[in-house]
Design a protein around this ligand. Sequence first.
Ligand code: PLP
Length: 364
Amino acid sequence: MKLPRIDIDIGKIAHNIQQLKKLYGSKGIQITGVTKVIGGNPLIASILVKKDIKILADSRIENIVKMRKAGVQAKYLLLRTPALSQVEEVVIYTDISLNSELIVLKELSKYAIRNQIIHKVVLMVELGDLREGIMPLEINNTVKEVLLLKGLSLIGIGSNLACFGGIGPDASKMSKLSSIAIHLEKKFKIKLTIISGGNSANYHWFKSSKNVGRINNLRLGESIFLGREALCRKPIPKLFTDIFTLVVEVIESKIKPSKPYGKVFQNANGKIKKFKKKGLMNRAILAIGGQDVDVSGITPRQNIDILGGSSDHIVIDNTKLNLKVGDTVEFDLNYSALLRVLNSSYITKNTINFNECKSVLQSS
Ligand SMILES: *Cc1c(COP(=O)(O)O)cnc(C)c1O
């Protein structure tokens, strides 16, 4: 099979979903499956659906269109608050969108009416991370206006933390969201069915809370695909953290000096790098680089060290393994590395362990 390649263990994905559903379901929280890291890959998305995930969410409308066209049967939620320039597509291709701007909601309403659709909206509330969200003091006014807009149905509120500012979703943030939900229902005599507390960073809050209040939904990507929470990036018990394996080929293996020699200028990344002089060493080059993967986000499973990379090459310290040309190296990936790899057309996507999964799927 063509290299570089990423092996994707479908059976392990199915297992992680099952475990997360059980965990969060124990306190009444439903999971929305976030597909952006897998670039809306329809095969993987269909595993989520077969494991009974009802809503798939993505930040890119293109990924949602791809999954829809491939026949993946789910409700689709747009994660990134819609741009004014894409409201018509949002209304046509998604069932639900997360929103924070009245001007956008008015346009969504216009196109929903024009297409004779009821588009569902969740209003995002700012709780301190300072990415998307309506300031709590303004939420009354926004809700009042949204309820007047035809073609839209306000189904819930949500929050997103630990993304821009790295602010943790703790008990006080979550009870704030709950109390806003209760307040809005009472004031406007409405029923909010989705109170979406956040993402994979909500794990610690969930574990330490006896009572999750009105929070009944989380939008999970990283926990499903990397088996980790997103505050400290610790593994979640009983989940697989090795679903994805990046396999890369050695294209040069030589004994060379450890310190570059000649006049020093900027390297390919615009940096002036310093090297220690450690004499001759066994070095190798791998056929992958910054345009395929976030080089700082991969960890070798074998005993080698990454010395650096440019757009098409990674240079490694090959002293311990003495790899030869044609040998392969395997890597684990973090979220940003995975995001780029799965969206790179240069990397073969290889799904494995599909049969095992089929039996899992049939038995459920
Ligand atoms: C990406 C994203 C998520 C999922 O985050 P994970 O940490 O991968 O679980 C949830 N909500 C929004 C708004 C997002 O953009």
